[in-house]
Design a binder for this molecule. Structure first.
Ligand code: UTP
Length: 292
């Protein structure tokens, strides 16, 4: 079998971001900042660290903010150069050199499966990764790099998974899976259940916002029946993929923050700020005096 390499990463970023209204009325959720970086940048940097050279962002309204963010900015660069702000200049310049970034549009937010389908032509006939920009994963080895390595070993689709204890599993897609001998992080998926009742959940292994998918997924999405609100669910398409190919769950090393949720966003802000060399010490001191 020819070993396929992952080169492309798809970022669905066309959702409504209703949990963050009014902030997301005119700003895409993916441009909300954790400390000083928009959510989408964390994901793009992770994909680049995993070896991706082409980034495909699926946008809805307001794509200009994202395009401008990853584009060069001659006026800003000239102003920073004139003021001798070399470090900031490098930060700004490096953004436009991260990877080849292309945009495609999802006219209506018809679900995650539908958003990924919008990237079909741009991806073509090769395996690719998907990163949901509101899941921020803080890890020693970038999460997507861990998953690409798992793909290289299996040549099969890989779903990032996290153990969610208790009734909270009902908020996630859930894996019915068996362990794989020799790799404690890998699980062979038998079945997927979207948002199960706690008592019906086949395991505590939840699916989180990182995927490596084989190109057959596009055919599977096209065959999925729309659910509530006409949405095409990615979980249904992966379930259909299981009839043709193996699919694995991968328990990544790292901490996931759900930055698409207000409380998760606050927690991520605090944890990431505490880890920053420039801000961490002063922020920690200040936190000690916050009346709780
Ligand atoms: P979410 O369900 O978390 O995003 O989708 P949302 O719908 O924008 O958020 P709320 O619930 O209204 O606050 C996860 C990711 O998938 C994208 C979103 O932009 C987000 O990055 N998405 C979701 C799409 O691109 N298209 C869709 O139709 C749905």
């Amino acid at each position: 079998m020819i070993q396929q390499k992952i080169r492309k990463a798809v970022f669905p970023a066309a959702g409504m971001g209703t949990r963050f209204l009014p902030a997301t009325k005119s700003i895409p959720k993916e441009m909300l900042c954790l400390v000083d970086k928009p959510l989408i940048q964390y994901g793009v940097e992770e994909a680049v660290a995993a070896g991706c050279t082409e980034i495909i962002i699926v946008t809805g309204r307001d794509k200009a903010a994202m395009e401008d963010h990853f584009d060069s900015s001659p006026e800003l660069e000239a102003a920073l150069a004139a003021k001798g702000k070399q470090a900031l200049l490098e930060t700004v310049r490096s953004l436009s050199k991260l990877a080849k970034i292309v945009y495609t549009r999802q006219a209506e937010p018809l679900g995650l499966g539908h958003a990924i389908l919008m990237a079909k032509e741009l991806v073509g006939d090769e395996p690719f990764c998907v990163l949901l920009p509101d899941d921020i994963i803080d890890s020693t080895v970038p999460c997507m790099k861990q998953m690409v390595e798992a793909f290289e070993a299996t040549q099969a689709s890989i779903l990032a998974s996290e153990v969610i204890e208790g009734p909270a599993i009902s908020n996630y897609g859930c894996l019915d899976c068996t362990p794989v001998a020799g790799n404690p992080r890998l699980m062979e998926v038998k079945r997927l259940v979207e948002k199960p009742k706690f008592e019906d959940a086949p395991s505590a292994n939840a699916i989180t916002g990182r995927y490596v998918l084989t190109p057959r997924i596009f055919q599977m999405i096209e065959g999925v029946k729309p659910g509530a609100g006409g949405e095409l669910q990615l979980t249904d398409a992966i379930q259909a993929l299981l009839q043709h190919e193996k699919v694995y769950g991968y328990r990544f090393e790292g901490t996931r923050h759900d930055a698409g949720d207000k409380l998760g966003f606050l927690k991520a802000t605090v944890e990431l700020a505490l880890k920053r060399r420039d801000l961490g010490p002063a922020f920690r001191e200040w936190l000690k005096n916050v009346p709780l």
